[in-house]
Ligand binder design. Sequence first.
Ligand SMILES: Cc1ncc(C[n+]2csc(CCOP(=O)(O)OP(=O)(O)O)c2C)c(N)n1
Length: 364
Amino acid sequence: MPRKEIGLESTIDYLSILDTKGKPDKDLEPRIGKELLLDMHRAMVRARRFDEHQLRWQRQGRLGTFAPVIGQEASQIGTVAVLDDQDWMVPAYRQSAAALWRGTPLAGLLLYNAGYNEGGEIPEGQNDLPIAIPVASQIPHAVGIGYALKQEGSGHLAMTYFGDGATSEGDFHEAMNFAGVFNTPTIFVCENNQYAISVPREKQTRAGTLAQKAIAYGIPGIQVDGNDILAVYSAASEAAERARKGDGPTLIECVTYRMAVHTTADDPGKYRTQKEEEQWQKKDPIERFRKYLTARKLLNKKKIESLEEELEKEVKSAWDEAEQRMAELDRHPEVMFDHLYGEMPAYLGTQRKAMTDEDDDANG
Ligand SMILES: Cc1ncc(C[n+]2csc(CCOP(=O)(O)OP(=O)(O)O)c2C)c(N)n1
């Protein structure tokens, strides 16, 4: 038998609509109402300012470790904005912009980042899963939810977020395979921010794109300019339409950049150059979107200033609220033993007691 070539039909598109000056490609520009455009802009700025404040509070010792979203606002807001309330949002640990859009209160995130479990509670009726720290562990959950939504014939979908590093985990591949085989309404949003902590994207895979991993699972994949909210929104809208029609999952790779630290325990100066950071600074998703909105006369300097003032007040008052809740909760560190097991194993009980006794000794 001669050797034959098996033709692969799939290709991967790359989508970019706004150039770095905020000028859209008129043929590709999506039709988005003015109100939604301004809501998306507000949400991006709100998430950015919130993290800037959080970084300062963390440095002052008022918050614990957290993972800032700075730089990835378009990838998150452009995707989450296509969901309706009955859809599900399944985050990792860097999706504060998406969570805030869905209704998570600022004070809740502050409480969580200060180490209080209560802050991680999802408000009643908000179809989100809690923050997932183990890399890629949330992806199969989103597929399971999608499967259930499909069985119910609901027409709703589940959207999940993860980084470039997560695509090297087994959970990612198992989830993609299941979603493909069972045609689940799941949107996989890979925020390719170029690094998994210090490991660059090139060391994560030999594949040219992360989007092309969809081909192996028989599902559509697309790579988008993740700092261009119009491109992200267009790709997400297409994927949502597909999922709602019963046409199954989509993988969207958002090519973006983590403009700040991986977490507050990280020093990016150790593994990336200032020059690289400056290159990406020029592609700042908020700046680009602002130029577009300004050219369309939806924004101006005055409106931006008043939005910034409003957000400054909102973030500061969220801190006051979180601080008050922390005082009310009057929590001690031994609660870290309390939520792992339904029934605490004896060895943990001993450790918990030792810690309480130590506290009592210290307090005389
Ligand atoms: C299963 C697992 N392995 C290792 C870690 C430690 N860890 C935390 S974040 C991270 C990098 C993840 O990178 P990526 O998926 O690209 O997401 P990003 O943080 O860039 O958003 C690692 C290895 C973890 N949390 N979970």
